[in-house]
Design a protein around this ligand. Structure first.
Ligand code: SF4
Ligand code: SF4
Length: 112
């Protein structure tokens, strides 16, 4: 599997290995560290077109989506009162909880 860019916050912790496409998401972070999704590219002002997502957060041994947890922080909104509603909308748009939707690296030829 191709190496992913290291992200601050892991404190050197060993990360989960990406499961097969369609399996339950284990928070390995491979998808979002490889390439930011459309939500990130459209709504995070300083998100580079390529590279890891600026909103990828590490907590309790797994990566989580910061745009679901606290979208106002990443969208640079003046307050966080809408975080719950926005986070739910983003989670729904992303298909959170529906299993790993990232292609397996072997299937994409991204194996080093
Ligand atoms: S969707 Fe897949 S690649 Fe992305 S964090 Fe979950 S298990 Fe990892
Ligand atoms: S916005 Fe969330 S789902 Fe999209 S790339 Fe960033 S962390 Fe991943």
């Amino acid at each position: 599997m191709k190496a992913i860019v290291l992200i601050d916050g892991t404190k050197g912790e060993r990360l989960p290995i990406k499961p097969a496409f369609g399996s339950a998401c284990n928070g390995c972070g491979w998808c979002c560290a490889s390439e930011a999704c459309g939500v990130a590219r459209e709504h995070i002002p300083d998100q580079p077109a390529g590279g890891p997502c600026q909103a990828l957060e590490h907590d309790a041994g797994r990566f989580v989506c910061g745009m679901i947890r606290r979208p106002s922080h990443y969208m640079r909104l003046p307050n966080d009162w809408a975080d719950g509603v926005l986070g739910d909308m983003i989670a729904n748009a992303l298909g959170a909880g529906r299993g790993c939707d990232a292609d397996d690296p072997e299937a994409t030829g991204a194996v080093s």
